[in-house]
Design a protein around this ligand. Sequence first.
Ligand code: SF4
Length: 448
Amino acid sequence: MLSVLDMFRVGVGPSSSHTVGPMRIAQRYGQRLARRTWPDGARVVVTLMGSLAFTGHGHGTLRAVALGLLGHAPERFDAAAAEADLAGISQSHRLACGLGFDPASDIRLDYDSRDLLHPNAMRLAVMAGDDVLAQEDWFSTGGGFIASRRQLQRAAPADRVDTGKQVPHNFGSAAELLAIAEATGLSLAEIVLANEDAMRSRGATLAGLDRVIAVMLACIDRGLTTTGILPGGLKVERRAPALWQQLQDGRSANEPERLFDWLNVYAMAVNEENAAGGQVVTAPTNGAAGILPAVMKHYCDTDDHRRRFLLTAGAVGLLYKQRASISGAEMGCQGEVGVACSMAAAGLAAVWNASPQQVANAAEIGMEHNLGLTCDPVGGLVQIPCIERNAIGAVKAANAARLALHRSGHGRVSLDQVIETMRQTGIDMSHKYKETSQGGLAVNVVEC
Ligand code: SF4
């Protein structure tokens, strides 16, 4: 089993698959390069393929690759040091290990090659003239997860990821998870927490969850008070601070419409921070990072509620990660905002003391009404439709939890069925709608 903490990674915006993953890949590659000696004149060349090429500029992938090779990692990102190092490499064209590297010419975009293993492919090589001295292929598989070609080739089609850790409650489907809950009387959060105990001490797990919560809430706070235009050239203005001010002044709509405003403002605050390259938590991705924090902030007012919310949401996220994908380049936006909505609905239902079956129903409803959602970011930026889409997703998650609470048994559509439907829909979806900015809003909205 993967850990729920794998679903919630602290990183930087704007994209987990196009910023966090490539930075992690490049950082690890840079570490390996530094252990060897290389002939004079050798240089590092990185080729971005598939979705990484099509939306790499807007998603900050080129910058992330350069920063990774310079030793930066998303989980301990220092913006000031990053800017200084980028300025340095653009002058020196040389990495600390002695290899040449010019970010302007040594990161190449290959729009034509499509790797069958995954659409987010990267080739990292050391070249001496036209000779290839070393070469590795890596993939950014969504939510900050990365895999080598060998790892992806070896991965048998399975419903669980083998991490070599034995856990007390090994589940690969919602049906198995619910059966464990039925047999043990445990909630989904308790089942997951028992599994986490097999990976680290209880205290370390709770500390990890609390760090995730703190980063999520801090991100909301920054987004509520930071005004201005988002980077990238679309001239998108941050809207969360103005709405926040209206809510503070009591000038917003009357109840119950104000509920929408609260969820909207928190979700937009996070996604505006994400679009600006700020620190966010993958939940399960950066593009969909606003939904869980918004629902948690509005509905959870104790540590116990916040932890239960994340553990339950994480259990549902693991099902999507292991049975389908959380990559927009593979599944479209249903695999990002859809999955986040499903996770948040489950977490909220659990906080509202729903039964395990009702929690699964909430997750199912949260996804069922996001099926087919495409990924078509305008200008390749994680702004339109992404920011508003998180606000809509947060409201939808709350409604999914409410609907689930009014039903005691299982519905006609199970969580496993809707996950499989998302997977099949994602496979059938044209690549134009899977994080390439080749279709949808991306071609119908004029950039200016
Ligand atoms: S449209 Fe959805 S999947 Fe695509 S970049 Fe935006 S949030 Fe991510």
